[in-house]
Design a protein around this ligand. Structure first.
Ligand SMILES: CCS(=O)(=O)c1ccc(CC(=O)Nc2ccc(-c3ccc(CC(C)C)c(C#N)c3)c(C(F)(F)F)c2)cc1
Length: 246
């Protein structure tokens, strides 16, 4: 691929990212100190397990929907066959949401943007998933500390999504070809920003992403055994499709 092709690829991935994130970095900056009051936190903590799970599943699905839109706008992703696009989204969309979560994390008070304000882990107490929430916050904190630019974040999330090692791919070689160009785009951007040292730190975070998503699926299985009807009739269809083991 020519360097022009790689430049164009980077630019289109960055544009897709910008078009599919609900909040610009400057908006998040302005919102940073909008934290939930004690009463609001108490209200979340008073929700029943199934109520809070349902509420979070809806929020998570909203964020995933933006990621689906992001993927569809990445050149090379659209050219993949339908089956492979779905396979990549099924295994990668949650990972991209978690990476994106790091752009709305406030390392000064360990809060993350949720439901319009910044929340600490204690807000999610009624989920009965404190290990998962703690791990999600840790991941967001570590990634946020790397201070990625929006461009670096955009191309990194494209790389997280376009992974030829995912299960159930029909044309693995084709996915690998698209991935190689995105890898070139990321190293090009890191080189241009004089931050190649960040590259291996980013690649080191990928296995943690996988374990977070596995933990999320494990908790969903546990929850579904306790509240099958809630999952069946009150969870967003997209959430069930992507994270349900059916
Ligand atoms: C994607 C568009 S964007 O502009 O980048 C954007 C735009 C807005 C947002 C806000 C947002 O959605 N935050 C949020 C959503 C869900 C959750 C969450 C809740 C519960 C669980 C546990 C599970 C048992 C359901 C998990 C997990 N695993 C994740 C969280 C936070 F992690 F903090 F708890 C924050 C995020 C991006």
């Amino acid at each position: 691929p020519t360097s022009l092709h790689i430049e164009e690829l980077s630019a289109s991935i960055v544009r897709s990212h910008r078009e599919t994130t609900q909040y610009r970095p400057e908006e998040l900056q302005a919102l940073r100190w909008k934290v939930f009051s004690r009463e609001e936190i108490h209200a979340y903590q008073s929700k029943s397990v199934d109520e809070m799970w349902q509420h979070c599943a809806v929020r998570l699905t909203d964020a995933v929907q933006y990621v689906v839109e992001f993927a569809k706008r990445i050149p090379g992703f659209r050219q993949l066959c339908q089956n492979d696009q779905i396979a990549l989204l099924k295994s990668g969309s949650m990972e991209v949401v978690l990476v994106r979560m790091s752009r709305m994390f406030n390392t000064e008070n360990n809060t993350v943007f949720f439901d319009g304000k910044f929340a600490g882990t204690e807000l999610f107490k009624s989920l009965a998933c404190s290990d998962l929430i703690a791990a999600v916050f840790d991941f967001a904190h570590n990634l946020c500390a790397l201070r990625l630019t929006e461009q670096q974040m955009a191309v990194f999330t494209a790389l997280v999504l376009i992974n030829a090692d995912r299960p159930c791919l029909e044309d693995r070689e084709r996915v690998q070809k698209v991935r190689r160009d995105v890898e070139l785009a990321l190293s090009h951007i890191m080189h241009r920003d004089n931050q190649e040292s960040l590259l291996h730190k980013l690649y080191q975070r990928v296995p943690v992403l996988k374990s977070l998503c596995a933990l999320h699926i494990e908790k969903l299985r546990w929850f579904r055994q306790l509240y099958p009807l809630t999952v069946h009739s009150l969870f967003p269809p997209l959430y069930k499709e992507l994270f349900g083991s059916d």
